[in-house]
Design a protein around this ligand. Sequence first.
Ligand SMILES: *Cc1c(COP(=O)(O)O)cnc(C)c1O
Length: 372
Amino acid sequence: MQLKGTRLEVNLEALAHNYHYLRSKISKDTKFMSVVKANAYGHGIVPIAQKLQELGTDYFATAYIEEGVELRDNGIIKPILILHPQQHNLDLCIDRCLEPVIYSVEMLDAFTASAKAKQQQSYPIHLEFNTGMNRLGIDPKEIDKVLEKIHSSPEVKVRGLQSHLAASEDLGEAVFTQKQIALFEDITATLPQKLGYEVLKHESNTSGILNYKNAHFNMVRAGIGLYGFGNDAQYDLNLQPIASLISNISQIRTIEAGETVSYNRKFVAKDRTTYAVVPLGHGDGVNRIYGCGKLEVRINGKPAPTLGIICMDMFMVDISAMEAKVGDEVVIFDPQIHTSRQMAEDAGTISYELLTGIQKRVRRVYVNNSSK
Ligand SMILES: *Cc1c(COP(=O)(O)O)cnc(C)c1O
């Protein structure tokens, strides 16, 4: 049998399912922005964006300018929003037709200066307002100052107004979230008039799409939902995780009672123990927290817990209770039985962090499987 090796297997049909599901939750007139920052949440920015472009997404978003450049280098022609541009390469932003989020007065000044130097006219920008996330954003008190600057800067034109919800996944924070939505409503109700033209208005991430219909405005920004998670077990039923992390056993060894496994001898065998070495480690994104039994992988459908400390390039799992041989497949997570969400929660983190932490050297393989 030809071994497939360690890989993150990404199912583009599941991505399509999630895209269509999220789109079904917004009105026909609302635009859909696909957030593909951080290597498309670890899934591989180029193939994911190409598929989403084919599916008809209206917009893309990345965090940084360099990520937008990678999209432009690989055939993405749809508008690209840069959520967190910095001042050192705004020229590149303009050269590659990337639309910056202007989150401060300083950034507005820096960007208009770049646009002027490059002899731009009406270059599209988005203004982000802080409505309670208290991360990036222009203070609503600064609106008049910002407007004045925009009116005297023909090199830029506002294409969108943005804000970000702090707790859209937590219905216990609904009162706070509705306040954020109301504040954004106020801003977006008056600003277009003052600007003299209509603009895009966007405030919702995935949980905003699912939990707050009144926060959709005329564009939404979906990230984690595209990759199969809705921040709530009930929503997960309608979404499909798109990735599986799979490897193959490199070596099998049996030790006697009293012998130890891996660094610092944290696992001491109580009985004769047979275990397998798996070629994945913290250098790949399977963090040390998953050692010493914190993670159960599956081999031939049976659970195999980690033994001892996770190394940089490998970890060991107990296979005393099963039949297994070198080369057998090791499933670390998959969409059905043991999801990345479950694995992340077992370690006290979230699927976002586990997925974005999977390193470049883990090969991404793209498949088209319709499982449901
Ligand atoms: C990452 C991000 C999103 C996407 O959030 P999800 O919860 O993954 O849908 C949307 N908007 C902004 C500003 C972001 O930083």
